[in-house]
Design a protein around this ligand. Structure first.
Ligand code: GCO
Ligand code: MG
Length: 409
């Protein structure tokens, strides 16, 4: 269906760059010079989404009306026939976000105004404290408290294990994908389960009860182990315990939920409402972590969030540094509006990312503030991006220390 002049998509291109880590960006232009930017980054599988967009989606966009966001979403979702999945849903998200950016720019408004306007002045965020041992994690928490964080995710190395995912080696962020091939780490659940309660006991002893504390088990536990951990952490009153079991099997959470009142969060690897449906409907979780970039863009993510609201589940969007500033900008725009916003993950991007992405959001004293410029508030410098070509990079994988069995990392 062709568009009237003034809102026709005349160009769309995919940009893959690595200003510190790899990002995929979709850029859409209309015939009257409005440009929209969408994030299409799928950490460790970046080029799969770039090809999906370049080879299969971009040709379908040219000549279409940029304002028909819903219709284009349906075209790309239903039209693909092969539904869902991270690659497809990330590609659709990039188109969707770029079009919302364009629509808001046409309106001359920040995106949250198009969704219904503000529900709050600022957004509570949580920072990451990690250390090789409990003492280092306590020091990291003290630093974040200095910066004003009221909510902190705490991880630490486990005695008897070497470096594990989720814990930095040198005070830097723990997760920038490093090797040209994934490195292998060693894991032992018994040592981990013994250790984690001692970490939270030490945190409460030193910092008292006021701080909101979070912890990420990163999909490594069985339902029964997760239930044990949830129970043992109850005295420390966590804000949430994240990704306790592998995300594939939502029924697992029934066992965990019936055994512990520690609040549960899950969903950073989800890409569709159908991944979250049972968890939300049965109120097996307190926070849904799906992100706009991996869950079909604003159009689909909004359906997840509004469905969650019916069951008193709040949002806690994934916000690791492998999601580009565009996704953070969008999370803050929708978070400013969404009645059941819960909290936003905040891991500041590292330099030189600001040479490519300019964002109008800001962090101040434990909260983030979305910007007021038209659109989602993040623009991309395509010329600067050329200085940072794609570099294949992976996060580590995990094997059981005991016998080398492949495990969740
Ligand atoms: C989190 C996450 C991330 C992911 C990463 C994978 O809670 O922020 O678990 O660190 O592991 O985004 O690409
Ligand atoms: Mg996580």
């Amino acid at each position: 269906m062709n568009a009237k002049p003034g809102s026709t998509i005349i160009a769309a291109r995919v940009l893959v760059c690595c200003p510190g880590r790899n990002f995929v960006t979709l850029i859409i232009q209309t015939d009257d010079g409005v440009t929209g930017y969408g994030d299409a980054t799928l950490n460790g599988r970046e080029r799969a989404v770039a090809s999906y967009l370049q080879d299969h989606v971009v040709p379908m966009l040219i000549g279409r009306d940029a304002h028909r966001i819903e219709d284009l979403w349906q075209l790309l979702y239903r039209g693909a026939y092969w539904r869902r999945g991270p690659v497809t849903m990330t590609a659709i998200a990039a188109v969707d976000v770029a079009l919302w950016d364009i629509k808001a720019k046409y309106a001359g408004m920040p995106l949250y105004q198009l969704l219904g306007g503000r529900s709050r002045d600022r957004l509570l965020v949580y920072g990451h404290a990690t250390g090789r041992d409990v003492e280092e994690t306590l020091d990291a928490i003290a630093e974040l408290k200095e910066q004003g964080y009221e909510a902190i995710r705490a991880q630490s190395g486990v005695p008897g294990l070497g470096k594990i995912y989720g814990v930095s080696e040198s005070g830097q962020a723990y997760e920038p994908a490093a090797g040209d091939l994934p490195t292998e780490e060693a894991w032992d659940t018994t040592s981990y389960l013994r250790h984690v309660p001692t970490l939270f006991e030490a945190i409460r002893l030193r910092f008292g009860d006021a701080l909101h504390l979070l912890h990420d088990a990163h999909h490594r536990l069985s339902p029964n182990e997760a239930a044990q951990l949830g129970r043992r952490l109850e005295p420390y009153q966590l804000f949430w315990l994240e990704d306790v079991t592998p995300a594939d099997n939502p029924e697992s959470l029934r066992r965990v939920r019936s055994q512990t009142t520690t609040p549960l969060a899950i969903g950073e690897v989800f890409n569709s409402l159908f991944d979250c449906k049972l968890l939300i409907q049965e109120q097996l979780i307190d926070y849904i972590r799906a992100s706009i970039v991996h869950a079909g863009g604003i159009t689909h993510w909004r359906r997840i969030a509004e469905f969650a609201a019916i069951y008193q589940v709040r949002t806690g969007c994934h916000g690791a540094t492998d999601l580009s500033p565009i996704t953070m900008g969008c999370a803050l725009q929708v978070g400013a509006w969404l009645p059941n916003f819960g909290i936003q993950e905040h891991m500041p991007h590292q330099t030189p990312i600001e040479e490519v992405f300019t964002a109008d959001y800001r962090f101040e004293s434990g909260y983030m503030y979305c910007g007021e410029s038209p659109g989602h508030g993040v623009v991309v410098d395509e010329e600067a991006a050329k200085r940072f070509p794609y570099k294949r990079a992976y996060l580590p994988v995990n094997r059981l220390q005991r016998d080398g069995t492949m495990w969740d990392w």
